[in-house]
Design a protein around this ligand. Sequence first.
Ligand SMILES: Cc1ncc(C[n+]2csc(CCOP(=O)(O)OP(=O)(O)O)c2C)c(N)n1
Ligand SMILES: [Mg+2]
Length: 312
Amino acid sequence: MLRQMIRIRRFEERCVQLYSAEAIRGFLHLSIGEEAIAAGLLSVLEPDDAVVSTYREHGHALARGIPMDAVMAEMYGRTTGCSHGRGGSMHLFDGARRFYGGNAIVGGGLPVAVGLALADSLQGRNAVTVCLFGDGAVAEGEFHECLNLAALWRLPVLFACENNQYAMGTALRREHAVTDLSLRAASYGLASWPVDGMDAVAVAAAARRATESIRGGRGPCFLELRTYRFRAHSMYDADRYRDKAEIEQWKSRDPIPRLFAELRADGACGPDDQAALEAEVDAEIDAAVAAAEAAPLEPVTDLARHVYAETR
Ligand SMILES: Cc1ncc(C[n+]2csc(CCOP(=O)(O)OP(=O)(O)O)c2C)c(N)n1
Ligand SMILES: [Mg+2]
């Protein structure tokens, strides 16, 4: 999990540089600060499980095992990207790994996840669908429709809310009458509890407990993963709505040094291990950037492909 968090952090830091250099374009939403969720939650999944994510999904895609080369090439819009260069940052996809996006619509993944879980259960597969979404999605109508139906039909969905306290510039308390989001899910009869989303070990433990319950046929669960994004909502956001002191207070709970310190205390890591991991990860990122820059763009003649079915 430490390696995974470092991969995600440094991948996204490199994306900031590439974005500033206009090597990659479009929207860019970073999960820096929130890496414990991707690393912890996805570490307990089986290959047959499904994942549905949001536009803040680079970490989820990497932790799900999509090769960094394919993610980076997608950032560049190259044909070797995991969505063949047609998706970009917000639409990472990998059907073979059951990673069903990346979605630009707030709350848009929830009905997709419920449908996937319904298909799995009708086809007798003992798979769990993990549905990641933000605190902003909890205010959407789809959230309520989907939790109700999933609970009613006891569908195998793990609803994983990344509560980073803000939906763009809107603080949680300005958007929700009840700010304890786990209570909102509990009202639909789901097993539901809050988790320290800055602690990868706590996230993994909660995810294990939830997925075991779901696999046991006891219906969907909801985790409210309390976290914080260290950076602005996106590269276009001036971030004028948050207190500097609040940001610093959350940065003091950075999940990466925290896990490293715990591993050091347990004797599982030596003093140089973090730097060694960072060097390995940097080499992986350098190779991914070089491969993406060498990869082709889709030819203009293919522009209308995938718009209509080619064969019937
Ligand atoms: C249906 C819909 N409404 C509004 C938007 C514009 N929008 C993009 S991101 C965002 C905030 C969502 O916040 P949250 O769900 O907490 O996720 P976070 O960005 O904090 O990870 C909004 C309102 C959108 N993309 N889709
Ligand atoms: Mg949010």
